[in-house]
Design a protein around this ligand. Structure first.
Ligand SMILES: NC(=O)c1ccc[n+]([C@@H]2O[C@H](COP(=O)([O-])OP(=O)(O)OC[C@H]3O[C@@H](n4cnc5c(N)ncnc54)[C@H](O)[C@@H]3O)[C@@H](O)[C@H]2O)c1
Length: 366
């Protein structure tokens, strides 16, 4: 297959390249200014990297040519770091909406299949977060179905919703072009893919606040307290990146089944609160390092306002209905959370473990 991958140098892109370039089956042209996570593929004759942002004017003619040449365009390019949603909202909206629309239009023009990476954040808050008591446990109020669940976001002043809203708008544009112009499309709504190479370790190879895995991992590596935002009661389901990539490959193998569909990609069996995740991660790290003191590694509570700044609000729970991925793609994830954490944290320990403590001053918790 001839595949264009935008944002191919990130976490998902690097694992997708590992998988797709295992054989000689595919020719891939990618765009990403960052090549660190994909350096081992740069000499592969089946892969060409344009080290540019997709919105760079100098790359527009190459981009047009590549999309015209391709069988499928996979868009992963995004600013998708929760700490940016309320602190850097214009860049977040630009990256997730305005930079993406020209790609959608090129796919419309050449009638190319677009696999558009969205987010489970488009669901916003669950209906159950608005009710009290027993109704909270009614699955009809918290299970997320791709085609029937309403998308519920907070007020404009809570700028945390900029990312979700921009992604939702792209979904609506893609769907509208499908209806009006026959654009072939698949929308992927990931639910917390975890694995090696996710994000970066703060104070080591990036600034700011990455997603929760890297935040907790950084705290363990640097022997700083793990910080639970607003008590750590929010629940998420976690799926292995390897199984997530398998879902994408199944889409590529079954275009007729994936076309015109939105898919939740998540693992229902791996639901945890963020407090439970912190607990499991410190125990897993004790096992990996053989250092039992990590079993009691300090966990502190911090308000979302202090951690993320003004305008932050979280979704309480995200339980995906994955019936469609199972029935149309034959995809069913089954790697348990403890195995996902062990594999992922072993990678981070090998990459950063030895020097981490020596280089960073511990910060006090709240
Ligand atoms: N990983 C998850 O669990 C998850 C969850 C929800 C949504 N997603 C979505 O999946 C996609 C991939 O996520 P990821 O985890 O790999 O993120 P990531 O941040 O690791 O990778 C994104 C990549 O896009 C590149 N990029 C950003 N803007 C670009 C531009 N204008 N042109 C070219 N490249 C650009 C970045 O350099 C980065 O390498 C994103 O669209 C994200 O919103 C991922």
């Amino acid at each position: 297959m001839k595949i264009v991958i935008l944002g191919c140098g990130g976490f998902v892109g690097s694992h997708l390249l590992d998988r797709l370039l295992k054989t000689d089956e595919h020719q891939i042209v990618g765009w990403d200014p960052d090549e660190k996570k994909i350096s081992k593929h740069l000499k592969n004759s089946n892969f060409t990297l344009h080290k540019k942002y997709v919105d760079d004017p100098e790359t527009q003619s190459d981009l047009r040519q590549a999309i015209a040449w391709s069988d499928v365009v996979i868009n992963l390019a995004a600013i998708c770091n929760p700490a940016e949603y309320n602190t850097n909202p214009i860049s977040v909206i630009r990256s997730n909406l305005f930079d993406v629309y020209p790609i959608v239009q090129l796919c419309v023009e050449y009638k190319r299949w677009l696999i558009s990476f969205s987010t489970s954040e488009v669901y916003g808050r669950t209906l159950s977060s608005y009710v009290d008591g027993a109704a909270y446990d009614n699955p009809d109020l918290y299970e997320l179905n791709e085609d029937t669940t309403p998308l519920i976001m907070g007020p404009i002043s809570n700028q945390r919703w900029t990312y979700a809203c921009a992604k939702q708008m792209v979904e609506r544009l893609v769907f509208a072009h499908h209806k009006e112009d026959g654009l072939p499309f698949t929308i992927v709504r990931p639910l917390n893919f975890f694995g090696p190479r996710m994000d970066y370790i703060p104070q080591r190879d990036g600034d700011g606040i990455p997603r929760v895995l890297a935040c907790f991992m950084g705290a363990l590596l640097h022997r700083q307290p793990m910080q639970l935002v607003d008590g750590g009661t929010a629940r998420r389901t976690i799926v292995s990146i390897y199984e997530a990539v398998d879902a994408i490959c199944r889409m590529l193998q079954r275009p007729e089944r994936a076309n015109g569909q939105i898919f939740n990609i998540g693992n229902r069996a791996n639901e945890v609160t963020m407090a439970e995740l912190a607990e499991r991660m410190r125990k897993t790290y004790a096992r990996i390092t053989g250092d039992a003191s990590f079993n009691d590694h300090p966990i502190v509570k911090v308000t979302s306002e202090r951690f993320y700044g003004e305008g932050y609000e979280d979704c309480d729970r995200r339980m995906p209905d994955t019936t469609k991925a199972r029935t149309l793609l034959g995809w069913e994830p089954n790697i348990p959370l403890d195995d996902v954490l062990f594999d992922t944290m072993t990678y981070f320990h090998a990459e950063y473990g030895e020097t981490a403590e020596k280089e960073v001053e511990p910060i006090p918790g709240e």
